[in-house]
Design a protein around this ligand. Structure first.
Ligand SMILES: [Zn+2]
Length: 186
């Protein structure tokens, strides 16, 4: 352990402000490029929905350039996608961390699988359901018509994800746990 680390640990332990030399860093400029935040997902267990998941991920990557949803192996992924005969749903454990189930029930009702995938990935990126009935919003879920095949998020949704992905992620969202189980249930 370095001297600085020891001093820092002591100052935390005793609540004393030690004069620890710090490395000077250049102030972040507003124009500085934001680092891309890579979020790994594993769609290898999503059965017939793999291409739909990849399409949904690509739509998010295009709309929010500061994130990159990237296919990965199970060990590396923080978003895991499986499939079953129930309703599509997401168990979210914080920004970019989720278990998604692609449910065939919604497909049988006529919903477009890539849109379902994009919607569930929206939950994984910190968006709640929004039943405003509009096809140009991903998070409208079942309230949009089954004929809707839009996979791109609305600008409002993209902006929110950009904020969620930014450096100042609210602690509440970082630690947020939520279950979204009735996304496409009438
Ligand atoms: Zn939903």
């Amino acid at each position: 352990m370095s001297f600085r680390k020891i001093m820092a640990a002591l100052s935390v332990a005793f609540g004393v402000a030690f004069l620890v030399p710090t490395v000077t860093t250049a102030p972040a400029s507003a124009a500085a490029p934001v680092a891309v935040r890579t979020i790994y997902y594993d769609a290898s267990m999503s059965q017939e929905f793999k291409a739909a998941v990849d399409e949904g991920a690509a739509a998010w990557n295009k709309a929010v350039p500061i994130i990159e949803l990237k296919p990965a192996t199970a060990g590396q992924a923080t978003i895991r996608i499986t499939a079953d005969d129930g309703w599509p749903r997401t168990y979210m454990q914080g920004f970019g961390r989720a278990d998604i189930v692609m449910g065939r029930q919604a497909v049988q009702d006529g919903f477009y699988p890539p849109r379902i995938a994009a919607h569930e990935l929206g939950h994984a990126l910190g968006l709640p359901d929004n039943r405003n009935g509009r096809c140009d919003y991903l998070m409208s879920g079942h309230s949009s018509p089954t004929s809707c095949q839009v996979t791109a998020p609305h600008q409002t949704e993209a902006d929110q994800v950009r904020r969620n992905a930014g450096g100042r992620l609210p602690a509440a969202l970082a630690a947020k746990q939520a279950q979204y189980a009735d996304c496409f249930v009438f």
